[in-house]
Design a protein around this ligand. Sequence first.
Ligand code: FES
Ligand code: FE2
Length: 321
Amino acid sequence: MQESLARNGAARVGFAKGWYLVSWSTDLEPGGVKPLRYFGKDYVLFRGEDGTPTLLDAHCPHLGAHLGYGGRVEGNDIICPFHAWRFGSSGRCTEVPYASRIPPRAAVNAYRVQEHSGMIVAYFGPAGSEPEYEVPAIEEMDDPAWTPLQQAHIEIATHPREVIENIADLAHFMPVHNTLIDDFKVIIDGPRATQRSLGRGHNLKGEPIPVVSVATYHGPAIQFTRLEWAYDMVLINAHTPIEDNKLLLRFGVILKAGEGVTLPPAVLEAHVAAARNGYFEDVAIWENKRWRDHPIFADGDGPIGEVRKWYTSFYPDAAAP
Ligand code: FES
Ligand SMILES: [Fe+2]
């Protein structure tokens, strides 16, 4: 992990250790190869012929070709496009086609990867560190009463800590999201932080309806929200840093139409768009704001300091949460 200097010149901050969403499952076919760039580094993600995803550092230890540009999958291995060295999912070189022996140190770094709930997630942390929690599966995805996962993403010029802070920021709901909050609580439980809120919003006809939301971050970057609004919904909100001050925010949603019910596409799309736009309403603020290490707080602000402390616990040099 590397240190970074935020654009606004605030204190040096690093990237939090934990599980991050690196690809939607549907974006990677068996045999598919994708170059990725996260945390200011290059990676290659590929799917073996048996369906297993593998994430490796991108550059071949031989002469440095990027495995994600022209690399091809054979079995569950990837073949470098330059001189055809072969690497398995552990990152070890398993074949040099023209040589009598494999150089013992020929390997690239491999990352721990899991796939469920339509997501491929990978663990990033200091070398040798182990995940201290798991990202649970979204059980509703296996229930025929729920629609298939709809996905969106947006690149944002900001640092992840700004995104995280949203869960505690009670006072922004009305100005940014036009939602009146009647009851609001943030519960920190080890690697999880949950925001529970009961508010008053509007359905798509503009009629006032209650909005009940339980939004849990499983670690520093992947949040699932159970939302009772016009429909019951499960939302995925996951951010992955690309570089200093640049991240990819992914949004996914399923909604409960009822078993055997097919929603008219326009109705589905309108509700998906409304949920998605709710997440993206913060973007203009994030991209132009300045991080304050020592904000001036007023009562009614929400437990921002507590959430900052929780997030800091994921920095690699911090004690485990
Ligand atoms: S650079 Fe990869 S095999 Fe030569
Ligand atoms: Fe927000």
